[in-house]
Design a protein around this ligand. Structure first.
Ligand SMILES: [Fe+2]
Length: 313
């Protein structure tokens, strides 16, 4: 039996949000992960030395909320040095796909299993928690994560420091239109920010033990306060999210060849054809992705010349 089945829920939310608002609207959560041994700076430094380099992204934390990704300042330290000097490095860093490490995978799965049980399901699969991935954020005091959206659902758990997490409602497309949503999903996540968006946002002020649920493609920005910060994104992709993401990627590739495409949902029959073609093609190239070099080449072919922007040469 999994450990999560006989311990207190790892994530809790007030006002029945886990059943009322999930998965369509953001809400505040509390969690039990602050102080966990896998989430200390010392252990994260080891993770940074173990992860393949293309799963680590970092830059200066002195970014703007509305940030051109081509103009982000870099930090001249290696990933382990960034973690070890995070209080003074002036840096923002993310360690991606931490579920590749078995210890972290167990932590992510146990946490989501406790949510699945709170929602009345008996397993991760039954609750729709598939393609579970984890991202660890380590940032210096007064760092900004620019306005962006992510192509997955996310329980964001804050572990150390103080952070403001602002999430915006773009369900009517008035913050980011269809073209921007596709660009953000396939090329670079950042979006232009405008102060007029403010009434459409909700700000969560997070200390250790706090967090929030971030629905698929809801734009957000994040700022740390006066101390260094550790947070983790526990993400998953439902079958519907995977379908939408695949269509966005294929649409982007076809548009790159000069072929205009309808947004997912506008032409469901054509969506189904495109999805079948795309997934067949991907199945053929998937074995090549075992090599880091081939991953770079495939990203370049599929997503364009800036697809490897975060890899320092
Ligand atoms: Fe994000």
């Amino acid at each position: 039996m999994n450990a999560a089945s006989h311990v207190a829920p790892v994530i809790t939310a007030s006002n029945d949000s886990l059943t009322r608002d999930f998965p369509l609207k953001p809400f505040a959560i509390r969690h039990m992960l602050a102080g966990h041994p896998l989430l200390t700076l010392q252990r994260i430094a080891k993770l940074a030395s173990d992860l393949p380099r293309d799963l680590i992204e970092y830059n200066s934390g002195a970014a703007n909320i509305s940030q051109d990704p081509d103009k982000v300042a870099s930090v001249d330290l290696n990933p382990v040095e960034i973690v070890n000097r995070i209080e003074t490095a002036g840096a923002w860093m993310v360690l991606k796909r931490i579920e590749k490490s078995p210890e972290y995978r167990v932590l992510l799965e146990d946490t989501l299993l406790s949510v699945a049980r709170a929602r009345g399901f008996n397993s991760l699969a039954e609750a729709g928690f598939s393609q579970i991935e984890g991202f660890l954020f380590v940032s210096s005091p007064n760092s900004t994560t620019p306005f962006h959206m992510d192509a997955e659902d996310n329980f964001f758990v804050h572990i150390h420091g103080e952070k403001t997490f602002a999430i915006f409602d773009n369900r009517d497309g008035s913050i980011a239109d269809n073209a921007q949503v596709e660009y953000s999903t396939t090329k670079h996540r950042n979006l232009p920010y405008n102060d007029n968006f403010k009434p459409r946002g909700v700000e969560y002020h997070l200390v250790d033990g706090d967090g929030c649920y971030v629905p698929y493609q809801w734009p957000h920005w994040v700022k740390t306060a006066g101390s260094y910060s550790i947070s983790m994104a526990i993400t998953w992709k439902t079958a519907e999210v995977r379908r939408l993401n695949d269509l966005h990627v294929f649409n982007s590739m076809l548009r790159g060849l000069g072929l205009p495409q309808s947004t997912p949902g506008q032409n469901p029959g054509w969506d189904a054809v495109k999805l079948a073609v795309f997934r067949t093609g991907r199945g053929i190239v998937e074995p090549l992705r075992k090599s880091e070099t081939m991953r770079r080449v495939l990203r370049r072919i599929a997503l364009g010349k800036n697809a490897n922007y975060y890899l320092k040469t």
